[in-house]
Design a protein around this ligand. Structure first.
Ligand code: COA
Length: 188
């Protein structure tokens, strides 16, 4: 089990000023991949530019404002050290897939294993209730820590995609997981 979260941890909605903190945390993954080729998150071949990231953040922030996405960030001593983002799968609010959310999470490498990821997920999933009926995610099959985290929060596996990720010359498998947020009488 992870340690107790730091006392100065704050989980909150994303703000426009979070851009640099989010990008710094994300860019570090490209360094991590050099030393840990198993790093459990899907990346691009090379690190995206600052301009690419600005475009991504502007689009994401607009989606949060319009209700198409939910994003929570973890802040320690006023520094953003992680985020959890759920994107509506359906392209529009009246899509037949608008009730499905796709979740991704990232914690800064220096802050992992202290319960921040768990706290982020709990807050994000609380915000998903009433907005999404189903939340899905994909996790590298080798990422046992992340899988345990998701299972503890109620996610169940529904599939396995061998060779879903091609990194360098290697193929990596991915597990698909889902969390059903429908009220019991609505299931089936
Ligand atoms: C997966 C991740 C979001 C969890 O956040 P966290 O703050 O470390 O989570 P917690 O401290 O609440 O612990 C949850 C689990 O993460 C695992 N974990 C802890 N440190 C970790 C690390 N350095 N790297 C990967 N997983 C780690 C722990 O094993 C823990 O499970 P356990 O207590 O059953 O052993 C975070 O480790 C991370 O960002 N990893 C790299 C990116 C990634 O794998 N994202 C998930 C994509 S599906």
């Amino acid at each position: 089990m992870p340690d107790q979260p730091p006392p100065n941890l704050r989980i909150r909605e994303v703000a426009w000023g979070d851009f640099e903190g989010l990008v710094d945390t994300y860019w570090l993954l490209y360094e991590e991949r050099e030393t840990n080729p198993e790093i459990g998150i899907t990346l691009f071949g090379s690190r995206p530019s600052h301009a690419d990231e600005a475009q991504w953040f502007a689009r994401t922030f607009e989606r949060v404002l319009s209700g198409a996405s939910i994003m929570r960030v973890a802040e320690v001593d006023r520094h953003v050290v992680g985020n959890c983002l759920v994107n509506r799968v359906g392209a529009t609010a009246d899509s037949e897939e608008a009730h499905v959310g796709d979740l991704g999470i990232l914690v800064h490498r220096d802050f992992r294993g202290r319960g921040i990821g768990s706290a982020l997920m709990r807050a994000t999933l609380a915000a998903c209730r009433g907005r999404f009926d189903v939340v899905r995610l994909s996790v590298f099959s080798a990422n046992a820590g992340a899988r345990r985290l998701y299972e503890r929060l109620g996610f169940v596996p529904y599939g396995h995609l061998p060779g879903a990720v091609r990194r360098g010359g290697r193929y990596l498998d991915v597990d698909l997981m889902r969390l059903d947020l429908r009220p019991p009488h609505a299931n089936g």
